[in-house]
Design a protein around this ligand. Structure first.
Ligand SMILES: Nc1ncnc2c1ncn2[C@@H]1O[C@H](COP(=O)(O)O)[C@@H](O)[C@H]1OP(=O)(O)O
Ligand SMILES: [Mg+2]
Length: 432
């Protein structure tokens, strides 16, 4: 029996039935595709699949980002939309506190057990960020740099921090409400600070916080950053860096003196953020939602490249880094600045390369010093590895125990930079 049109009961032509069959086939394949896309979207690890499919093989196991269409990027960002929003606003609020301390002559500095400095700004910012995370994601683990033991033994110091935490509020009531509002009292503040004691690891959701990265820069009046990242099963999925003393303007040149006598006035204060697979963005620190995409600058002429390094010679080997730059033919002097501001600066193409060669063989980098910056650079088109060409491994605890040093550069030239790093290190070990 030929098919008949139910409306007219007239027999349909063969051509029409073939067309409708193809149309049905086309429609069902389309629905399967849509269903597949939706189920991927339901899994926050859609980006992981994308990175797996497209990951660069130019340098060992390091992964770098690839460009995706704006609609794919926004789908990926949607997977972590709440985490991103909370992280951005939590960092913004914490910088309101750090900026107050930055302008004080006395910053309530004490030495930690490892002799590194910590200020009332570090403790206060950590309390505010953890309060926001606990309010929104009570089941997530937290790895944060500071602990409250010293404050419990020093009520005067604890009081100074409490008055800062109590009085720091975002001007936008809705944003403040998103973060859960004020911390109730001093004891609650101390407990919050101590909530950052997770051992880290390869499983589950773990936030990594450095409340003031570059404390030495903060004390000197240089660059510093408030850093927050979300790791899921050991992979960085969200990264946010608040840099109060960097220019808002992504195209502002990286002046040689950017790391000294910094200020947070006159067009300064930038918020970098990234969601894995969704690209990297920057926004004024005062307006986190006004984010614009950023990308690394292509390096067509290595001699004109700008490389960034720590101010502190104890944190990275200036001599080795100068030799690497010489081998690469880089003619400009390095730009020195404290903190993960270096990652943000190369991610937006103000600089090109970030080198962090180990000074002490035994030092293990901390995950909170790199997680956000690593993702932001990779999402801006960069590649980040250690000196052996391995991707930074955030899955082994509070430190990057499987890595030595950091080499961050645009993906296209990372191999060339890494080769220079390895040549210099090989030469040094042969000479020793
Ligand atoms: N020997 C070291 N090598 C590398 N990084 C270090 C060393 N000692 C301290 N750091 C860390 O360097 C970070 C600052 O980096 P930068 O030099 O890029 O500004 C700080 O978080 C600091 O950690 P800590 O806070 O424990 O002192
Ligand atoms: Mg730090």
């Amino acid at each position: 029996m030929p098919n008949s049109d139910p409306a007219t009961h007239k027999p349909q032509s063969r051509h029409r039935s073939t067309t409708s069959l193809s149309l049905r086939l086309l429609l069902s394949s389309f629905s399967i595709l849509i269903l597949a896309l939706f189920s991927l979207r339901a899994i926050p690890r859609v980006a992981l699949l994308k990175n797996h499919l497209f990951s660069s093989s130019s340098s060992a196991s390091a992964s770098s980002s690839v460009s995706v269409s704006p609609s794919t990027a926004s789908t990926i960002i949607m997977s972590y939309a709440k985490e991103l929003r909370v992280a951005q606003v939590a960092v913004q609020r914490a910088t309101l506190l750090t900026k107050r301390v930055f302008h004080e002559k006395a910053k309530g500095t004490v030495d930690k057990s490892d002799k590194s400095p910590v200020t009332i700004g570090d403790f206060g910012a950590q309390a505010l960020i953890i309060a926001a995370l606990r309010h929104n994601f009570p089941d997530d683990a937290i790895v944060a740099e500071e602990e409250a033991a010293q404050l419990r033994a020093d009520p005067n110091l604890a009081d100074q921090i409490w008055s800062l935490v109590r009085d720091t509020r975002l001007p936008d009531p809705a944003a403040e409400e998103l973060l859960g509002g004020s911390v109730p009292n001093l004891d609650a503040m101390l407990d919050l600070i101590d909530r950052g004691n997770s051992p880290g690891g390869a499983h589950g959701r773990i936030w990594a916080i450095d409340p003031i990265d570059g404390t030495k820069g903060f004390l000197r009046g240089g660059q510093y950053a408030v850093c927050l990242a979300l790791l899921v099963d050991g992979q960085v999925q969200v990264g946010v860096l608040g840099c109060p003393n960097l220019p808002i303007d992504d195209s502002a040149p990286l002046s040689a003196d950017i790391g000294v006598d910094a200020s947070d006035e006159d067009g300064r204060g930038v918020l970098f953020s990234a969601v894995r697979g969704g690209g990297a963005h920057s926004a004024p620190l005062s307006a986190p939602t006004a984010a614009k995409p950023i990308s690394m600058r292509p390096v067509s002429d290595m001699t004109a490249a700008t490389f960034c390094e720590s101010v502190e010679a104890a944190h990275s080997a200036h001599g080795d880094q100068a030799e690497i730059a010489r081998r690469l033919g880089i003619s400009r002097p390095s730009v020195r600045m404290d903190s993960q501001s270096k990652y943000g600066s190369i991610a937006r193409g103000a600089g090109d390369i970030y080198l962090r060669l180990p000074v002490k063989a035994t030092y293990q980098e901390k995950i909170w010093d790199h997680a956000a910056g690593d993702l932001i650079v990779r999402e801006a088109g960069g590649q980040v590895t250690d000196v052996d060409g391995k991707a930074l491994d955030f899955s082994v605890g509070r430190t990057l125990a499987n890595n030595k040093g950091v080499v961050a550069a645009p993906a296209a030239v990372h191999g060339e930079v890494l080769k220079a790093v390895q040549d210099v290190l090989r030469q040094k070990s042969t000479a020793a």
